[in-house]
Design a binder for this molecule. Structure first.
Ligand code: SAM
Length: 353
């Protein structure tokens, strides 16, 4: 899975336990990102709907949530991936933009991304392999990037991993079916049917996913957009249509309230942390429309960029880190007896540091 700001890797055991204890046959992951939580829900046997506004996230959800591993010929898929891995590099837009005008990847890897991405479009568009191969390519590129985990900047000296050759792997597909939906959570939520458990993990602050992961947006769109700035961001990053209300301080609390109110589920679970624009009490109040509310709290390490320090777009250190740990909260709402039972069920679950 890719490096991702706000990824809930450490909370997956707790969220999985909640899903199992709720005996959820249907689950919703409304801001699915990497889909790691949706995958964990799917692995419990639930039929999952994964929603996100990002193009790459939809591709991940098509691969890991919507695709049923039992329908895929793994030997054939593996042969297709071997064939893509064998393609010689052919420098194009990706190499010029992300390896020469900026330095997110080594040019030799960029040229292979160009060749492989073109081949995926030419040879696999419209087939069930399309999303799976794009996922494999994004994950391969992520393993050899030269960033601290976001694409607003690249590091000053090439990261050691960037010298490794780009290598696609067969994604670990899961048995079962689900749905991938790309859209604004606020629009999508009212169109979804009721589910047993809904998980909401919205952005907490001003950090926009569209710009933080603009290279993945472009790799999926494959539209060679005009770009600007040292990080070569897509010009449409300036459009209001690519801006999320959840990244706007003034609008976020009301948007969060509306999305929580609109979600139709027996149990509603919301993640947030102490860097969020809403307080624990406000969130508790928002969730109370679904019944009783309990808040689980976990100490956590901040994202890697915060660990390493604050850098300008040239990768130079320009500030100091105020703190390296924060608190993650998981709010559970629903009928009183069920919420109590679910919270009790998480007591023995270990959460990573
Ligand atoms: C905190 S991250 C979710 C991380 C995810 N739980 C994981 O573990 O990978 C928030 C996600 O919300 C998505 N997002 C931002 N605004 C959105 C909106 N208005 N509607 C739907 N998704 C949105 C972002 O693309 C991002 O993937």
């Amino acid at each position: 899975m890719i490096k991702y700001l706000g990824s809930k890797r450490r909370l997956v055991p707790v969220l999985t336990r909640l899903c199992e204890a709720a005996d959820a046959r249907t689950a919703l992951d409304l801001f699915t990102g990497t889909t790691r939580v949706a995958q964990a829900f799917k692995a419990t046997g639930a039929r999952v709907t994964a929603v996100d506004s990002a193009r790459y996230s939809e591709v991940f959800a098509q691969t890991y949530v919507a695709t049923d591993a039992r329908d895929v010929d793994l030997a054939e898929l593996s042969a297709v991936i071997d064939d893509l891995n064998a393609r010689p590099g052919a420098p194009g837009y990706f190499t010029e933009t992300f390896c020469e005008q900026s330095r997110f990847f080594q040019p030799a890897n960029g040229a292979r991304v160009d060749a492989i991405r073109d081949a995926i479009e030419r040879e696999h568009a419209g087939t069930p392999y399309h999303a799976i191969l794009l996922t494999s390519l994004i994950e391969a590129a992520d393993r050899v990037d030269s960033t601290t985990g976001v694409q607003m900047a690249y590091v000053k000296e090439w990261a050691p991993r960037s010298f490794l050759p780009l290598t696609l792997r067969v994604p670990e597909l899961l048995a079962g079916t689900g749905r991938a939906v790309r859209g604004d959570a606020l629009d999508v939520v009212s169109r979804l049917s009721e589910c047993d458990l809904a998980y909401l993990d919205p952005p907490y602050n001003q950090h926009r996913y569209f710009t933080n992961y603009h290279v993945w947006e472009t790799l999926v769109a494959w539209d060679a957009p005009e770009h600007y700035g040292v990080a070569c961001k897509r010009v449409d990053a300036r459009d209001d249509t690519t801006k999320s209300v959840f990244n706007q301080r003034r609008l976020m609390p009301d948007a969060l309230r509306r999305v929580i109110e609109s979600v139709c589920a027996r149990v509603v679970v919301v993640s947030y942390n102490d860097e969020s624009w809403v307080s624990a009490d406000e969130l508790r109040d928002m969730c109370s429309v679904h019944g009783d509310v309990e808040v689980l709290s976990f100490d956590s390490r901040r994202y890697v960029g915060a660990q390493i320090g604050i850098h300008n777009p040239r990768g130079e250190r320009v500030g100091t880190v105020s703190h390296v740990r924060n608190r993650e909260f998981v709010v559970v709402a629903g009928a009183r007896a069920e919420v109590r039972r679910l919270v009790d069920a998480t007591q023995e679950v270990a959460v990573g540091a």
